[in-house]
Design a protein around this ligand. Structure first.
Ligand code: SAM
Length: 310
């Protein structure tokens, strides 16, 4: 197991496999990647590079990996990536976050290649709101959700980013949808990354009141200690998870994540781009596994709680 200088174990690797996307969400943080922070969007890791680097991370005790982007399902080799990663001894949890548009026809193969579960971005059940917000078609993501549930990519989590004035009136409706579709609802607060301050101020929705209501309805409330102290509310027919990072010292205190950008840089924190560690460059220049391992260790050393009371 690898720990950072703040005693936090590093257990999760969040890998961005591309910056390309088929939707156009104005709120998207793009996992904190910008062309200026990482050089260019043109350099993408190959299938083999992603698998080799994940293997090194797993060797250091990282046992969970999530594929993200951009839209991971735009990679033509996504099935090979999933298969190669799923075959790594020691990787216990392999998941993906996707907009779900291509899940209708890919979910079955992804499951067969070894993907365990998915998170699907799902901010609205209203076709017009969905189209205005994402530039996409609701029926496609509905099909993706259904197929993911049917093939057993379990659990399917619906990532509902709450935006003031856009979808904050849809939480009840989405809860009911989660109950009926056999999914878990994840309510996410907007983070001020790769968006303008104006957009953030206009649309950031504080989930405190929602949490209070959920607490009253819940049969049980649990805290995911190794997952940023997130709260999970067990309702009679479904679960609701809250992602509330802003100015939340508890969130950072129990952060166990390391990120890898689509162009092969280790990224210790979503919020920062001044402490990246290039690993793809050295890999392409012939670095051996020990040298690559030391780059992972360096990135872990650079981890620092962003919201920190001390
Ligand atoms: N295209 C994929 C998708 O839609 O899931 C992967 C990339 S997207 C950046 C990954 C997750 O980040 C989604 O669940 C999305 O809701 C969330 N997200 C995007 N922008 C965000 C922001 N500014 N604040 C908080 N979460 C955000």
């Amino acid at each position: 197991m690898i720990y950072d200088n703040f005693g936090r174990p590093v257990l999760n690797l969040r890998i961005s496999v591309t910056q390309r996307c088929n939707l156009n969400c104005p709120y998207c943080h793009r996992e904190g990647e910008t062309p200026s922070s990482t050089g260019s969007f043109k350099r993408e890791m190959t299938t083999e590079e992603i698998i080799q680097l994940t293997k090194i991370a797993v060797g250091l005790g990282i046992s969970k990996a999530k594929l993200t982007g951009g839209e991971p399902l735009l990679r033509k080799d996504i099935l090979q990536i999933v298969e190669g990663m799923a075959n790594l001894q020691g990787l216990k949890d392999l998941s993906m976050t996707t907009n779900g548009v291509h899940l209708g026809f890919l979910a079955k193969d992804l499951k067969q290649k070894g993907l365990i579960r998915v998170n699907i971005s799902f901010p609205s059940l209203d076709a017009k709101t969905y189209r205005n917000l994402m530039d996409g078609e609701l029926r496609e993501v509905l099909k993706g959700v259904k197929t993911a549930v049917d093939v057993g990519l379990h659990p399917v989590k619906l990532n509902m980013l709450i935006l003031k004035g856009i979808n904050d009136n849809e939480i009840e409706k989405m809860l009911s949808f989660a109950e009926h579709s056999g999914t878990i609802l994840q309510l996410i607060e907007l983070e001020p990354v790769n968006i303008s301050q104006d957009y953030y101020e206009q649309h950031h929705f504080n989930l405190d009141a929602t949490q209070k209501q959920l607490k009253e309805q819940a049969l049980e409330v649990r805290t995911r200690k190794n997952m940023q102290n997130r709260k999970v509310y067990f309702l009679p027919k479904t679960k609701v998870e809250i992602v509330k990072p802003i100015e939340n010292t508890q969130f950072c205190r129990r952060c166990t994540r390391l990120r890898m950008t689509s162009d092969g840089k280790l990224k210790p924190c979503l919020m920062r781009n001044d402490n990246l560690v290039d690993i793809l460059g050295p890999l392409r220049n012939g670095a051996n596994d020990k040298e690559l391992e030391s780059l992972f260790i360096e990135a872990c050393k650079r981890r620092k709680p962003y919201w920190n009371s001390n």
